[in-house]
Design a protein around this ligand. Structure first.
Ligand code: C5P
Length: 246
């Protein structure tokens, strides 16, 4: 594998801004201004601060992944995707469990926003396969999907590709299998990243940043190891070091 520069490593990191309001989120973003990473806006922040905080992050030069995990009937998802298309984010996601028609509707919504001139370019649309907090026992015993986690993830990844999506959210453990099934250009966005010695929290299928890079992931979603650190900028730098030295 070609050596990863610090700049390339930074562009692969999506920092989860899991904060209760815009002030807290923008304070964390300020600590990482100029670092070259993405910002991931999830439901905690988006439900509280809405499109305004997304526009502010874009104005500050960050690429933004809007992690809203849409899962609804196709018509509703089409409308939601159209609204997100107008917002000018770089990436957003839907649940693959919504099925082929729902994922295709998301692509149509985005296309409609671009065709209406409301968006300069379409955001990448990716699908959540199985949450990284989902263990084998939960998959089989609670959600009711038989078989292995990897098998379930790959099946959803193929479906997402068939619907025209650009990639999936999965655990770093499944990157190889997803790339084998869907091709190397199909994006993998992987939460469940824990630097050496970090608290696992509620995550289940985890890897260190260096292991995730070696596994071939395109984007590493990292939340609490950065956002809960005393010094988020230095936690970010340590992660970059792990990624480039790994
Ligand atoms: O704090 P932590 O690093 O565990 O944060 C991971 C982030 O990735 C959270 O914002 C979570 O919502 C998100 N995520 C996830 N698993 C998925 C999809 C998104 O953990 N499958």
């Amino acid at each position: 594998m070609a050596e990863l520069t610090v700049r390339d490593a930074a562009a692969k990191v999506m920092v989860a801004l899991d904060k209760p309001d815009a002030d807290a989120a923008l304070r964390l973003a300020s600590r990482l201004q100029g670092a070259g990473c993405w910002m991931k806006v999830g439901m905690e922040l988006f439900y509280a601060a809405g499109p305004t905080v997304v526009r502010e992050l874009k104005a500050r030069g960050f690429r933004v992944f809007l992690d809203v995990k849409m899962h609804d009937i196709p018509n509703t998802v089409r409308g939601g995707a159209r609204s997100i298309g107008r917002l000018g984010v770089d990436m957003f996601n839907v649940h693959a469990a919504g099925g082929l028609a729902m994922m295709s509707a998301a692509m149509e919504g985005v296309r409609e926003a671009v065709e209406a001139g409301a968006a300069e370019r379409a955001p990448a649309v990716i699908a959540v396969t199985q949450l990284t907090s989902t263990s084998q026992a939960v998959l089989n015993g609670e959600i009711g999907i038989p078989g292995g986690v990897e098998e379930a993830v790959v099946r959803y990844a193929r479906l997402a590709r068939e619907a025209g999506l650009q990639g999936v959210v999965a655990s770093p453990h499944e990157v190889g299998a997803v790339k084998d099934a869907c091709g190397n250009a199909f994006l993998t966005v992987t939460p469940g990243i824990r630097p050496k010695g970090a608290d696992i929290g509620d995550q289940s299928r985890i890897m260190t940043p260096a292991e995730a890079v070696r596994a071939g992931t395109d984007y590493l979603v990292i939340g609490r190891p950065i956002s809960a650190a005393q010094d988020p900028a230095s936690a970010f730098d340590t992660i970059l070091k792990e990624m480039t030295e790994g």
